[in-house]
Ligand binder design. Structure first.
Ligand SMILES: [Zn+2]
Ligand SMILES: [Zn+2]
Length: 795
């Protein structure tokens, strides 16, 4: 652990910056000391900064309140400190007020909520019976919005959240009396729409549907939500209502198209951000190479190793806290966030006992009260440093951050900008630092700033026509009310075929008046797919619930012997009871950390269809993807040295899904010039690029797909690349890939060949989600592999 510089440290500078009499955010924000970056980068011998981008300050462009905005509402906003809207807010608000569906897609903290609050609340004030439905992807965000609307204190609005936590006793009151209901798509799907009769009064008067953070509705989940919104539109229409949709999105590519797919409606986009912001100095940071511990000839052969991004981020966090700078560090995993917080605290306490208390960790799994307490402490300056997962991306309202540290590329430019956008929101100069992890993708990015700063952000991708989403959603719709031919148009392409299949499968019955759901019980459809129920973490001696971990991560984080960090306090897991969904832990602070390792396999269950193309085979079929956490390493915290590897006895987890795969004969690869040793790298690189290009063909998202490549697969007995749907039962992506295989792989081959890089980069063969750390990869051999496939595959 590098020592923290404490020169120039003064207790006064670290004192909480808020005046208890004046808890307004503006009075508590600490200015970043001038040339903070200069001092951070001067710590070591080598300069870790590879690029500095200046994002200039922007002057806000205010607009007058729209004519239609009532005085009462203007006064309420003025009490909250909003004296006039920014132009983009007024523009979006007026479009919505005029009845135009609209999406406002602007940066973090640009005031998107005013854009929907203004028309929605103005309408509630003007029409005493009108109602508004607000949808957020998380309960936490809905709770924030509830607070914001309630604070406006408008007569007769009676805002209320309606979600799984709402006590039964309150639900009836909310349905009858609230005119601004805040909920989430899951509750709309499971609760409100199936019980639409109870909601008929509310739906009959529904003026606006607000879809907040709509960029989070992507992939299969987004496709499900698209149909939940169509079901909502259908029920509204049955009650004689056509509400206006107002959507809010993070900055994304082509938001009008994405919002149109999500709602099935023509949507206007407002994308020019006219809110003011301070300039941001954005630095790309490559951790230094570690000095070789041993100068013997053995060590000289070892490849140089960089300091881990977690360590580097922890040190930077400690350094900025010493400077009195309010800093948020984004770390990709929950565990990483805990490690960064713990290391920063330790470094600070070594420098100045007690200073570590000004740093904490934050992640989605914390209990609600703990989250609120952390937010409050950071807002008021009691806390100066926070290490977080991207849970904070979802609209948690934090203002006055002076520096953002991003530990590892978050996977998309859209996420990167969203995280960086947390800095400099109060109109001050701020610092953002992307700390590269030691993998080819991050290394590429910090040395190719044009790949970070010179390209537009990605579009949000979803596909409502996905038959694996459409059919279950139509079943839900039919259960809510019989489907009519007009409904089929509402649900879009493929709806007719899906209904016919449901009839054939016995789920629907066709009558002269429409298609009827045949069963008593509701169809079971989970919008969010797999993942499993969350596992509770309980302190054995006290029975205290420390937090929860999602089912998908539980084997990795809570296996017996795992060191589990909670708020920087270290616990060791005694027992993981998967049947009860509960892990028992005790407090203990060993000087090692634990790292679970898993093994993933794909086995072929059945082949649905195949093309025999000589040395090449192209297949579509069902596969079992098994993954098992098999062991964990214990590593010394101080040095990262591996102490030992311990076996684990956890059950295998299986995903039965659909895959497309191709095989090549070893002879054809050899003839194409692929050396034996390069087969794995060529296949792996081709697999990554093929996954990256699949969204072009299947309008899915690369996060919905998995892959596996191997130089010899026991089922195919040949070099093989698998690409599988990451959702149980498949989601239609692999099927589309198979149906358009030559187009898909041609595009893949061209993308690799046309990429200007020499040995592979994130634009071609590197993947941000690779489980093998992007290793091995061979760009040249990937082209050879794909050339062999394309030369043999018909059409
Ligand atoms: Zn490239
Ligand atoms: Zn990979």
């Amino acid at each position: 652990m590098q020592d923290v510089t404490v020169d120039g440290f003064s207790a006064a500078r670290l004192a909480p910056r808020h005046d208890p009499e004046q808890p307004s955010p503006a009075t508590v924000s600490a200015r970043p000391p001038a040339d903070l970056l200069g001092r951070l980068r001067a710590r070591g011998d080598a300069d870790p900064v590879t690029h500095v981008e200046r994002v200039p300050a922007r002057t806000g462009i205010p607009a007058p309140w729209p004519q239609w905005a009532p005085e009462e509402l203007r006064a309420a906003f003025a009490r909250r400190g909003v004296t006039a809207p920014w132009r983009h807010q007024a523009e979006a608000a007026s479009l919505a007020y005029d009845g135009q569906h609209v999406v406002v897609a602007t940066g973090t903290a640009s005031g998107k909520s005013l854009a929907y609050q203004l028309p929605a609340l103005a309408t509630l004030l003007a029409e005493p019976r009108a109602t508004v439905l607000y949808l957020a992807p998380t309960k936490a965000l809905a709770a924030d919005q509830l607070r914001a609307v309630a604070e406006l204190d408008l007569d007769g609005v009676r805002p209320a959240t309606y979600d799984g936590d709402t006590p039964r006793a309150e639900r009836e009151w909310i349905r009858q009396h609230s005119r601004f209901v805040l909920t989430n798509p899951d509750m709309l799907h499971h609760g409100i729409l199936p019980g639409h009769a109870q909601w008929s009064g509310f739906l009959r008067r529904l003026a606006y549907v607000v879809v907040d953070e709509c960029h989070t509705y992507r992939g299969v989940f987004g496709s499900h939500v698209a149909h939940v919104l169509r079901r909502l539109r259908r029920q509204c229409a049955r009650y004689g209502r056509t509400p206006v949709f107002v959507l809010a999105s993070a900055t994304s590519g082509d938001p009008a198209t994405a919002a149109g797919r999500l709602t099935g409606l023509p949507v206007a986009a407002v994308t020019e951000d006219t809110s003011p912001r301070g300039g941001v100095t954005f630095a790309l940071w490559e951790p230094p190479l570690l000095p070789s511990a041993d100068t013997s000839s053995d060590a000289a052969d070892l490849a140089p190793v960089r300091r881990s991004a977690l360590r580097e981020t922890a040190d930077l966090l400690a350094d900025t806290v010493v400077e009195g700078v309010r800093t948020l560090a984004f770390v990709r995993s929950r565990r990483g966030a805990e490690v960064v917080a713990a290391n920063a605290r330790r470094a600070l306490d070594e420098a100045v006992p007690g200073l570590g208390e000004r740093v904490a960790a934050y992640r989605g799994g914390y209990l609600r009260e703990e989250r609120r307490e952390l937010e409050r402490a950071l807002l008021h300056g009691d806390l100066l440093g926070l290490a977080s997962t991207n849970a904070l991306e979802l609209g948690v309202d934090l203002v006055g951050l002076d520096a953002v540290l991003i530990c590892g590329y978050p996977g998309t430019r859209a996420s990167l900008w969203q995280q960086a956008g947390r800095a400099g929101r109060s109109g001050q100069e701020a610092l953002a630092v992307l700390v590269a992890r030691d993998d080819p993708l991050d290394t590429y990015l910090v040395h190719h700033p044009e790949a970070v700063f010179g390209r537009p952000v990605e579009a949000t991708v979803l596909d409502p026509a996905n038959p694996y989403v459409l059919a279950p959603q139509l079943a839900c719709a039919a259960m809510e009310a019989p489907l009519t031919p007009a409904d089929l148009e509402l649900f879009g392409d493929g709806a007719k075929e899906a209904v016919e299949e449901l009839v054939a499968a016995g789920a629907l019955r066709q009558r002269p008046t429409g298609w009827y759901w045949r069963h008593r019980e509701r169809p079971e459809v989970d919008l969010r797919g797999e993942g499993g129920a969350p596992v509770c973490v309980v302190e054995a001696s006290t029975g205290r619930l420390l937090g929860t971990v999602d089912g998908g991560s539980s084997h990795f984080l809570l296996h017996p012997g795992a060191v589990y960090l909670h708020q920087g306090v270290s616990y060791v897991v005694d027992d993981l009871d998967l049947a009860d969904g509960c892990a028992l832990v005790h407090a203990e602070e060993p000087d090692w950390s634990t790292h679970a390792r898993d093994v993933t396999n794909v086995s072929v269950v059945s082949v649905r269809s195949y093309v025999d193309a000589g040395p090449v085979g192209m297949f579509l079929g069902e596969v079992d993807v098994t993954s098992q956490v098999v062991s964990y390493q214990r590593r010394r915290i101080a040095t990262g040295e591996v102490i030992d590897t311990r076996p684990l006895d956890l059950p295998v987890r299986e995903l039965r899904t659909v895959a497309v795969w191709f095989t090549l004969s070893p002879e054809s690869l050899a003839a194409a010039g692929v050396e034996n040793a390069d087969v794995p790298g060529g296949l792996h690189a081709a697999e990554h690029a093929a996954i990256g290009l699949l969204p072009l063909i299947a309008t899915c998202d690369r996060w919905d797909i998995g892959g596996l490549s191997t130089a010899m697969h026991p089922d195919t007995e040949a070099p093989t690349v698998f690409v599988y749907d990451g959702h149980p039962g498949g989601a239609g992506f692999a099927e589309r890939a198979y149906g358009t295989a030559s187009t898909w792989l041609r595009a893949t081959r061209d993308a690799i060949a046309e990429c200007g890089c020499e040995t592979g980069c994130p634009s071609c063969v590197q993947s941000p989600k690779c489980g093998n750390g992007n290793n091995p990869l061979s760009k040249a051999d990937a082209i050879r592999v794909l050339d062999v496939v394309l030369a043999n595959l018909p059409g």
